[in-house]
Design a protein around this ligand. Structure first.
Ligand code: BJ8
Length: 426
């Protein structure tokens, strides 16, 4: 970590970014981060690493991707949890999550897609149209997936502007669906081999499974520390760790997150927390919160509660399950990967009872006093599931607050009032 400021403008220019718009985006994210993160007290020291990563989010990491590509490496951009990182890494590629967590260039987006599209989709199209995302511009291939209708159709539009390839994700989990998904994962493997020029071997796939499992285990340790009261880390900081997991260097991130987990376990042992013992504890469930979307966590924690867990793709859905490491052949391991990924409980599946079970299980495990169910506006999937989640959580004896929002801060005041009233009631 160097203190020397580096001017990355030539690199961004080479990637084809619109420099004035990109400068404006970086400035806005910096302000948001300062307000949401750097105002927190008693943060674990291990968060210094994530502060550094965010300060270099479009700098050092992009330089690493750039250096990798200049030596022939290939970068794969992904938008969804179902795209298996293990396959990409086994072929020698790097996978980066394309964040889509900020409102940008909606005026341009709304010329090519309906205004009533969810913020996440509008965000990635806005980043593309305005040329402000160096991760997207560094991606040799973007891998989409047939999850919700909005994304599925948006990939057609994105495909006109960027090299894009779409995996077909079934929407049920019957035997024939598992077979279809296994075939899709095999197609991805072929595609990754074709793009990188490398062959996936049993050794490379086994190593990739292990590396990604290790990353998930580090995040599991951080999550487990939050079963303690007082919680040793804020929900915002934990959320950031999961957001960064999607694009940071895998072994380095794992090492730093294990160091953070060591520190958190020490804090738990000595009863040290980020909020007083007995502070209200909230589990958040719903649509993912892509970087730099920290809005709801920020509102909840500024109101004095602690977010102790997330049943979402930027949370437990990302790290709770591992791929078995005992496969012998590429075929066996590909099957195991496909099965693990199909076990993720996204609302694009029907039925999706596994998600409800997860919410109740996690609320109990983390000692939550209440659940906040969050949907991005115009996300039919999560808005539709909201009723079932509410009913199940209430039956389990816990209060629920349903929130539908987007990335703008226009409703922040109103949401704060609702969250404060909810916390009062807990
Ligand atoms: S596995 S949650 S990352 S699809 S919010 S774009 S669903 S309209 S993000 Fe998701 Fe994969 Fe599922 Fe997770 Fe559509 Fe809804 Fe928008 Fe969404």
């Amino acid at each position: 970590m160097s203190d020397q400021p580096v001017d990355y403008h030539p690199m961004w220019d080479e990637l084809g970014l619109d420099l004035p718009s990109h400068d404006a985006l970086l400035e806005a994210v910096g302000q948001l981060y300062g307000d949401a993160y750097l105002t927190q007290e008693d943060r674990p020291k291990g968060m210094d690493y994530l502060d550094f990563v965010v300060s270099e989010v479009h700098g050092l990491r992009i330089k690493e991707l750039d250096d990798f590509r200049k030596t022939g490496g290939k970068v794969f951009g992904t938008f969804c949890l179902y795209v298996p990182e293990e396959i990409i890494r086994a072929a020698g590629g790097w996978s980066v999550g394309l964040c889509s967590g900020a409102e940008f260039a909606y005026d341009q987006v709304e010329q090519i897609m309906p205004r009533n599209t969810c913020a996440l989709i509008k965000s990635f199209m806005g980043f593309k149209l305005a040329k402000v995302c160096p991760y997207l511009e560094s991606a040799d291939l973007v891998i989409g997936e047939t999850t919700c209708d909005g994304k599925k159709k948006a990939y057609e539009l994105l495909g006109e502007l960027h090299n894009t390839w779409v995996m077909e994700l079934p929407q049920m989990k019957r035997e024939q669906d598992v077979a279809l998904w296994k075939a899709e994962v095999r197609e991805l493997l072929k595609k990754a081999e074709e793009l990188t020029g490398n062959t996936v071997t049993a050794e490379s796939l086994r190593a990739a499974i292990k590396e990604v499992n290790d990353k998930r285990c580090a995040l599991q340790r951080i999550a487990a520390a939050c079963t303690a009261d007082p919680a040793p880390i804020s929900g915002k900081d934990r959320l950031l760790a999961t957001q960064v997991a999607f694009y940071d260097d895998v072994p380095r991130f794992t090492q730093m997150m294990n160091a953070l987990a060591d520190e958190l376990e020490g804090r738990v042992a000595s009863g040290e927390g980020v909020a007083p013992k007995g502070a209200k504890r909230v589990l958040v469930t719903g649509t993912p919160m892509a970087l730099p979307n920290w809005k709801i966590h920020d509102i909840i924690e500024k109101a004095g509660a602690v977010v102790v867990g997330e049943e979402m793709c930027t949370g437990s859905r990302y790290y709770q399950d591992l791929v078995p490491e005992d496969g012998d052949t590429v075929d066996e391991m590909v099957d195991a990967i496909a099965e693990k990924y199909l076990g993720i409980n996204c609302a694009c599946f029907t039925p999706n009872k596994g998600r409800t079970d997860d919410v109740i299980r996690l609320a109990k495990a983390y000692g939550a006093d209440g659940v906040i169910d969050l949907s991005l506006q115009f996300c039919g999937l999560y808005e539709m599931e909201s009723h079932g989640i509410e009913t199940a959580v209430r039956e389990a004896g816990l209060p629920v607050l349903k929130i539908t929002t987007d990335y703008s801060m226009e409703d922040a005041g109103q949401l704060s009032t609702r969250v404060e009233a909810f916390l009062e009631m807990l």
